[in-house]
Design a protein around this ligand. Structure first.
Ligand code: ZN
Length: 185
């Protein structure tokens, strides 16, 4: 079964992923957490609140390694799901379509900082049994945020960072910031 936890940065996606994995750990199920090697910040998955969970770093399309991990575990979490490539999507889809007993929980960004769908998250959401969409609070007006607004000039869709590089904004406030930026340049 595939569960997807999605939304913007600072919405608590990784907290929710770890909460779900811990429930299965307590029930003594074999649990693994993988994250893509694009995110090289740490060997553990750490939430913005400082919560930690041991993780295995894998290549974004490394299906042989991920298949081995899937075979050895019952519950497999994927953090930063937006960074995984098509091969991993195809692998999870193939498992799902056999009616597998494995539980896959993918947490990842729904959109990049420009508001475009990120990586294979839309496809994963399409085949998921359940989707949880979380929102941060807009740092300017305090309604639910829609996007992870980039505070620095970005050259590619992938720019790994935290509060130093991004802030959570609603669409209205993001548009206002873009207008301000355009006026200043
Ligand atoms: Zn706002």
């Amino acid at each position: 079964m595939l569960e997807v936890i999605t939304g913007g940065m600072f919405a608590g996606k990784t907290d929710e992923l770890i909460r779900r994995l811990e429930r299965h750990s307590i029930a003594k199920r074999r649990v693994a957490l993988v994250k893509p090697d694009l995110d090289t910040r740490t060997t553990k998955v750490r939430t913005h609140n400082g919560k930690e969970f041991d993780s295995i770093t894998v290549g974004r399309n490394d299906t042989p390694t991920i298949e081995t991990i899937i075979k050895e575990h019952e519950v497999i979490g994927f953090d930063e799901g937006e960074f995984f490539g098509e091969d991993i999507y195809q692998l999870l889809k193939a498992y799902e379509q056999t009616g597998t007993d494995k539980i896959f929980i993918v947490a990842g960004l729904d959109m990049d900082s420009e508001g475009e769908p990120f990586g294979f998250m839309p496809q994963l959401m399409a085949i998921a049994s359940s989707i949880t969409k979380l929102h941060a609070v807009c740092e300017n007006c305090f309604i639910p945020a829609n996007i992870s607004y980039s505070l620095v000039e970005k050259k590619a869709q992938v720019l790994v960072g935290g509060k130093d590089k991004y802030k959570a904004l609603c669409w209205k406030c993001a548009a206002a910031e873009n207008k301000k930026k355009a006026q200043n340049s």
